[in-house]
Design a protein around this ligand. Structure first.
Ligand code: SF4
Length: 407
């Protein structure tokens, strides 16, 4: 297939495809799907070998957000029955982080709901990072606190943060359809502030919100131009109790095509499968590892992932290996570009945190996971997409609970 030969050749050289080529990946058929995965896999192995970077989420503050991001279970007016709690204490967050690192995570992602941090919140996160790095100085820390004001990125960098996550989520043209309390430009500004302060920039997208192929390509090219070192690809988890509860638009095949398109446009950038991995890729998750080089270990912000041990078993069974603390994530030439863009700052060759909403991979729905009756016909949306709300499970363990974290 000429398209895949072209994309592979470009990817191996670290070149970005044309917009038309990216759109063509999304338009491939199921008969072509394994060829698409194989082509993206060649590019992935060229720059990242068979390594899989594990990232671990700690939800520092859950729910009760004043913003109205329609995909998010923590949004203003959300009826989703998620955990709601205010700031974890530094030792509580450090305990959760330690579980993730013990499970194999190289990076800890500290996330808090909200429009953006106050200066007092920056102090809290500073104390939390100190507690985590006291226990393990090698761990990478990515922070995700929403929109940043002047000098906050610099303060986080000085306090030891390695990266900052803030997702663009969707195209500029459709951003107003998913949130009205802030703009796409606000999001771009925060990614630029983080990058400018020497933090590794992590910024990604959410697929499955009803967007067009053109929207997906727009946001992925925008992320490349923005210089994101890490691109988390979230697959919408349609929460009961949010405006997008009925948006079940994704199949495992569609998810693989989207991941492949993201990989071709970001051949030498960390591509992370983020929220929605278990819900939408399902038994096809191992194929996703042939395209992406990074995943979250264990649970998400407000939903539960598969058992951490299942993540590790999947990686091993698929012939991949967990990336070690001493290994660089990004290829050297890409890390040099990132550091130069950040003013020579970061000091880590690795990239940033990923997340599902603006503030992290949410996930979960209101009433958890009642098992579907085996006799039942799988319910469908009006467009014929299968509703798999049976796979969505609200997080009830780990940070903010008395139960041990999943790692
Ligand atoms: S994505 Fe972030 S800013 Fe938007 S509603 Fe959720 S927690 Fe608030």
């Amino acid at each position: 297939m000429d398209l895949l030969d072209t994309l592979t050749a470009k990817g191996l050289r670290g070149e970005v495809p044309t917009r038309e080529e990216a759109l063509a990946v999304l338009a491939t058929t199921d008969d072509e799907l394994l060829d698409v995965v194989a082509a993206a896999g060649k590019v992935r192995r060229r720059w990242f070998g068979r390594r899989v970077k594990l990232n671990y989420l700690v939800n520092l503050k859950s729910g009760l957000c004043p913003e109205d991001c329609s995909y998010c279970s923590q949004r203003l007016g959300s009826k989703a029955e998620i955990l709601k709690y205010t700031w974890l204490k530094p030792d509580q967050a450090a305990d959760a982080a330690r579980a993730g690192v013990a499970g194999g995570a190289k990076r800890v992602c500290l996330v808090a709901s909200g429009r953006g941090p106050t200066d007092r919140d920056i102090d809290r996160v500073t104390d939390t990072m100190a507690a985590i790095k006291d226990a393990d100085p090698e761990v990478e820390i990515c922070v995700c606190l929403g929109l940043l004001s002047d000098n906050q990125a610099e303060r986080l960098k000085a306090a030891g943060a390695d990266a900052y996550n803030h997702n663009l989520n969707t195209s500029e043209g459709t951003y107003g359809d998913i949130a009205t309390t802030h703009t796409y430009a606000d999001r771009v500004d925060t990614v630029q502030k983080a990058h400018g302060a020497g933090l590794s920039a992590c910024s990604g997208l959410i697929a499955g919100m009803g967007e067009s192929d053109e929207d997906l390509v727009d946001v992925v090219f925008a992320l490349r131009e923005l210089g994101s070192d890490s691109v988390p690809v979230n697959f919408l988890i349609p929460f009961e109790g949010t405006p997008l509860a009925k948006e079940w638009n994704l199949s495992p095949q569609r998810c693989l095509r989207i991941l492949a398109m993201v990989r071709f446009v970001n051949p030498d950038t960390e591509v992370r499968i983020a929220g929605g991995r278990e819900v939408h890729l399902r038994s096809m998750q191992p194929l996703g590892l042939h395209i992406a080089n990074s995943i979250f270990l264990g649970d998400y912000l407000t939903s539960e992932g598969q058992a951490g041990q299942a993540d590790l078993d999947m990686i091993k069974d698929a012939g991949f290996e967990v990336e070690g603390a001493g290994e660089a994530t990004l290829p050297r030439h890409r890390a040099d570009v990132a550091e130069a863009a950040a003013g020579g700052g970061c000091g880590t060759a690795a990239s940033a945190c990923g997340s599902g909403g603006g503030c992290g991979p949410c996930g979960g729905h209101a009433h958890g996971a009642e098992a579907a009756s085996p006799e039942a016909v799988a319910p469908q949306t009006q467009d014929g997409d299968e509703l798999r709300s049976d796979l969505v499970k609200v997080r009830r363990r780990g940070a903010g609970t008395e139960l041990a974290p999943n790692a």
